[in-house]
Design a protein around this ligand. Structure first.
Ligand code: SF4
Length: 439
């Protein structure tokens, strides 16, 4: 049973040495109770107390890490697990489900490997590839061919441990996901996973079946497991994944593992993969590289896994769009990434030069920031002065977002030598406004 923060505190050294990164042992205990830190961050817990705390400090869903040929770091590893809530608004979701493309041909691997899409300043890519083969030789050759093109983490698929062994032997130092164990082969699969130190999937149709297998495989010394609930039916997988998450969060250790979703087997792959992203897959296998499907999934995943308490932000400053000249207009917005890119993309796409002043509004959009008192005349004036906008322009004229037209009077008082204009409410209307009202 999980311990409370106070119960955990009693088992800590209580010296407040701060080495864990928290000012007091009590603060660390509270974070530990909320599963937001690892016990290993405190080097002074006694072995006896560690054993007592282990159960409480272990995350309800085990963290599983796959590593590829590039080792740790960007593009080199995929993590799943460590989630602590059912719903994102309760806190946040931590590890985005990895998107894996099933290998169809060397050309498709190269195309998927090269795929990159920029979304509000972030480059989004796939995470890895899933390989299937029916003989050891075929698996070894496929792994070699894929590794000639990409270093991303791999999922190796076969019901035969010898086939998986042949694949793993081509990946020294890596941790691919072995897929996987079922009721017929679990002993040999567990032996392979233990020998090579790779995570192993466990396949069964029911929760009882999954729990039974994970317990047996754990008893063989394999801790890193991933659940493969087998269903491709949208309704059934939604119910099953939700039950698994709920049970895991109630500390049912036998199902406290990330879920592998074969969205590729569903009739409607996009719907299945979207559902798996939202609820509650850790790894998702797609049938092939289809950019139009991938783009939607990558953007959806980014939105689901953005911490609602930490909006994605751009650096406050003055941004040059289309090589502005001194006579080009000065636009103002906030540093919420989506707001910034909405404005910048519209103006840039229209080929209009402009200076874009991005105010520090703690990552909020224009209206939210205004309502929260983070985007007012004083802040805007401070940004315009602080970024020395006057030295870059010949005409002191600034365009306010239409949503905060109410600030124009106050801004005139703050910037008496500037002309204050009120622009449109929506970024999409900016180009027309700039052509008609600013010339
Ligand atoms: S490192 Fe351990 S002893 Fe030091 S403050 Fe943190 S919890 Fe307390």
């Amino acid at each position: 049973m999980a311990l409370s923060g106070i119960q955990i505190y009693k088992l800590l050294p209580q010296t407040n040495c701060k080495e864990c990164g928290f000012p007091t042992c009590l603060a660390f205990a509270m974070k530990l109770a909320a599963k937001q830190v690892e016990l290993s961050a405190c080097p002074y817990v006694t072995e006896e107390n560690k054993a007592q705390l282990a159960e409480s400090s272990a995350p309800p869903i085990r963290l599983i890490t796959l590593t590829g040929g590039a080792g740790k770091g960007a593009g080199g590893e995929v993590k799943a697990g460590n989630e602590v809530v059912m719903y994102r608004h309760e806190k946040t979701f931590y590890n985005k489900p990895g998107l894996f493309i099933r290998v169809q041909s060397a050309e498709s691997v190269a195309a998927a490997e090269a795929y990159k899409v920029n979304y509000v300043g972030m480059d989004l890519t796939i995470d890895g590839f899933a390989l299937e083969a029916d003989s050891p030789t075929a698996m070894a050759e496929t792994v070699q061919a894929v590794r000639a093109v990409t270093k991303r983490p791999l999922i190796l698929i076969s019901q035969n441990p010898e086939v998986l062994q042949a694949g793993v032997s081509q990946l020294p130092g890596e941790k691919p996901l072995l897929c996987g164990a079922d009721a017929s082969n679990w002993e040999n699969m567990a032996a392979l996973a233990k020998t090579c130190g790779c995570p192993l999937t466990v396949r069964a149709e029911s929760i009882d079946g999954l729990a039974d297998l994970t317990e047996k495989i754990k008893a063989k010394g394999v801790e890193d497991l991933v659940l493969d609930p087998m269903t491709a039916h949208l309704g059934k997988s939604l119910a099953l994944y939700t039950q698994l998450r709920r049970l895991a969060l109630k500390n049912t250790r036998s199902v406290g593992y990330p879920i592998l979703s074969f969205a590729c087997n569903a009739t409607d792959e996009l719907a299945a993969a979207s559902q798996a992203i939202a609820k509650y897959a850790g790894f998702i296998v797609l049938s092939e590289f289809r950019p139009e499907l991938l783009y939607a999934l990558l953007v959806l995943r980014e939105n689901i896994y953005t911490d609602p308490q930490k909006p994605i932000q751009v650096q406050p400053g003055i941004y040059e769009i289309n090589a502005p000249k001194p006579e080009s207009p000065v636009l103002v917005t906030t540093n919420f990434s989506i707001t910034y890119f909405a404005v910048a993309n519209e103006v840039e796409g229209a080929g209009l030069p402009a200076w874009l002043v991005v105010c520090d509004a703690e990552g909020m959009s224009v209206l939210t920031a205004w309502a929260a008192g983070k985007f007012d005349a004083e802040r805007i004036a401070k940004a315009i002065r602080g970024f020395d906008v006057a030295s870059k322009v010949s005409k002191k004229r600034v365009v306010l977002p239409g949503h905060v037209a109410v600030l124009s009077g106050e801004l005139e008082a703050e910037l008496p030598d500037w002309e204050i204009r009120v622009g449109p409410r929506e970024a999409v209307d900016l180009p027309a406004f700039m052509k008609q009202a600013l010339n």
